[in-house]
Design a protein around this ligand. Structure first.
Ligand SMILES: Cc1cn([C@H]2C[C@H](O)[C@@H](COP(=O)(O)OP(=O)(O)O[C@H]3O[C@@H](C)C(=O)[C@@H](O)[C@H]3O)O2)c(=O)[nH]c1=O
Length: 180
């Protein structure tokens, strides 16, 4: 696997080594030992999630607060998304900055999103299956979020906003400056 730093501290892009042969391909989608060696981090992943969405679906930007904060290792197993991570750690030199990266079943890239970040994605292909590992349990009362069209972040979600499919709860999230 190859691990590449992003401009956000502790947020890494992971590219697995893929073995192709006449049958198809094989790769290790997660290897704890190599992950820890290459990133210097040791998240204890305890939950795996999967979401299916259609084109234009935008989920985010989400986080869990306090003791229920979650780090996530995210990837796409069918289709393509634009994935976004926002640094919400006030003591970080990249506080209120974000990165975006295209994750797809084809490029097999993964993004490690640390605790203290907001995370979201939009589906660019007709459909997509999104998979991720979390190092903390889901806890609804601890949910928090930032509105996808936050004017401070000014994220380019690539697709036409009129086509976005967004949950009612995500349409009324606060701005980053309301939170901090
Ligand atoms: C995230 C989650 C949701 N649920 C339930 C709650 C709800 O009834 C249903 C759908 O939940 P949501 O609308 O919050 O799903 P979704 O908008 O896909 O939420 C996810 O978005 C991405 C961007 C993330 O980063 C994730 O951490 C998570 O917040 O699934 C669980 O049971 N366990 C979970 O871990």
């Amino acid at each position: 696997m190859t691990v590449t730093k992003t401009k956000l501290n502790h947020c890494f892009i992971i590219e697995p080594k893929v073995f192709d042969d006449q049958r198809g391909y094989f790769f290790e989608s997660y290897n704890k030992t190599n992950f820890e060696k290459e990133t210097g981090l040791n998240p204890d992943f305890i939950q795996d999630n999967e979401a299916y969405s259609t084109k234009g679906t935008l989920r985010g930007l989400h986080f869990q607060k306090g003791e229920y904060a979650q780090a996530k290792l995210v990837r796409v197993t069918q289709g393509e998304v634009l994935d976004v991570a926002v640094d919400l750690r006030p003591d970080s030199s990249t506080f209120k900055e974000y990165i975006s990266i295209e994750l797809s079943a084809e490029n097999k890239k993964q993004l490690f999103v640390p605790r203290g970040f907001a995370h979201g994605y939009i589906v660019l292909s007709n459909t997509a299956v999104f998979n991720y590992k979390c190092d903390n349990v889901y806890h609804k009362p601890s949910e928090g979020g930032i509105i996808y069209n936050d004017t401070t972040l000014n994220i380019d979600w690539i697709l036409d906003e009129e086509t976005f499919i967004i949950s009612d709860k995500d349409k009324i999230l606060p701005s980053i400056n309301d939170l901090f």
